[in-house]
Design a protein around this ligand. Structure first.
Ligand code: RTP
Length: 149
């Protein structure tokens, strides 16, 4: 199976009307959409998603932020999508994220940084299983195979 990553537009991204902008960047890059849903997140679910950060001082604020409004959960597929997805997103702290990245263009606060992307293939698999227990959507592109090398 081709590489997949889990991407989440956080509540501030949804509230600020950045959903189409984020999707466009992944779509135009050439990645394939395999899953997409708008949903509210329960506290226990947010704690599970961020369980690796549970000892961090910002953990409770982070969970509160994620449950404050709906998020858009997505699965994107394609060559090196985990790493390239992180490049498209930009550094965690928007003060360090380059212009041209999503956070570099649309965020100033680390605690309101618009978007999440899996940081490894292993975490992507774990996050996709957590967020899409129903599975993702299988579909075959009608584009000519020449479009990829
Ligand atoms: P994400 O999981 O959201 O893609 O972010 P990341 O890998 O770039 O960063 P990570 O270290 O996993 O942190 C997860 C999210 O926690 C918030 N954060 N706040 N106040 C702080 O010092 C702080 N540090 C991290 C950010 O929203 C970050 O995206």
């Amino acid at each position: 199976m081709a590489e997949q990553t889990f991407i989440m537009i956080k509540p501030d991204g949804v509230q600020r009307g950045l959903v189409a902008e984020v999707i466009a960047r992944f779509e135009k890059k050439g990645f394939t959409l395999r899953g997409l849903k708008l949903q509210n997140v329960e506290q226990a679910f947010a704690e599970k998603h961020y369980e690796d950060l549970s000892s961090k001082p910002f953990f409770h604020g982070l969970v509160h932020y994620i449950i404050s409004g709906p998020v858009v959960a997505m699965v994107w597929e394609g060559k090196s999508v985990v790493t390239t997805g992180r490049t498209i997103i930009g550094a965690t702290n928007p003060a360090q994220s380059a212009p041209g990245t999503i956070r570099g263009d649309y965020a100033i606060d680390i605690g309101r940084n618009v978007i999440h992307g899996s940081d490894s293939v292993e975490s992507a698999q774990k996050e996709i299983a957590l967020w899409f227990p129903e599975g993702t959507v299988q579909w075959k592109s009608s584009l000519h195979p020449w479009i990829n090398e």
